[in-house]
Design a protein around this ligand. Sequence first.
Ligand SMILES: [Ca+2]
Length: 342
Amino acid sequence: QQIPHYYSPKEAGVCLALAVFLAAVERSCGNNAYEPEEFLKREYSLTKPYQGLGSSTTSHWELMGNAMIMPEHVRLTPDLQSRQGAVWSRLPFYVRDWEIQVHFKIHGQGKKNLNGDGLALWLTKERMQIGPVFGNINYFTGLGIFVDTYPNEDKHQEVLKSELRSFPFISAMVGNGSVAYDHDRDGRNVDLGGCSASVRNVDYDTFLLIRYIRNTLTIMMDVEGKQEWKDCLEVPGVHMPQGYFFGASSVTGDLSDNHDLISFKLFELAVERTLEELENEEEVLIPSVDYRDIPVEVVDEGMGVLSIFFLFIFSVVGLVLLIVALLLIHQRWKDRSRKRFY
Ligand SMILES: [Ca+2]
């Protein structure tokens, strides 16, 4: 006679855990058959309680402007006028295929379209600089992803109905150091496109996913509280140099919002490459996008007068210094020749 076997609570617990684990393995294998493996890189990530962020030289991230560390987030700007804040990674970034998951929150007192200006994520050659593009410099070199919450162009100009964008609007831009982000046009002249996303004053969590595999840039978002990624933008043929810096910045003007960065997680993606692919790879020195030539002539417009002015000032200063130096040398030579007579 077989004795019926009852599982002890401990055994049952182990079985249950095993079943849950197997189900999870199956699910991840089933759904993500084509997803590359990913590894969280802590040195490029920023998560609670933000210990790696600060002014000490051992910290991986640096604060700037009005940005403040709070228990639940890094507040890039408070809901007050004319603030600017940013966080920048100190470490140059050398990973070929990667993904960023950004958890953020934009909220404030202002009614719709009476708030601004939004936040930006960066992977650029420059770091820790202040300027007009969501708090960062213009004519940047690298990648900028913008969560623009204020429609500047729609307010100032007649926009074709087909070009009308609903704000907040997420867009991306690749700059090579000589292209301007035109704030009055919400960067529409040079961006790579994007999508509308109601990310402001919502009760649920909002996330952005930026993925870069084999030179294809993909932006996805989870902004409806459904725990699923929705496509926003995909651009193939994006060439990014190595050794750039990650950053997140934000700015407020007459209109404002709280711009909170809750987490920034960088994953390295394991993408296999054939020997041929590796051999044919060339080092990228300047960021570019295949399908469009980044206009270079833009730089000449406003900059022309300014550079001539500076060139003139520098020439004058240089000339004065040269004359002073010559006079000093002449004086010394005169003194010396006089001494020789005594
Ligand atoms: Ca704008």
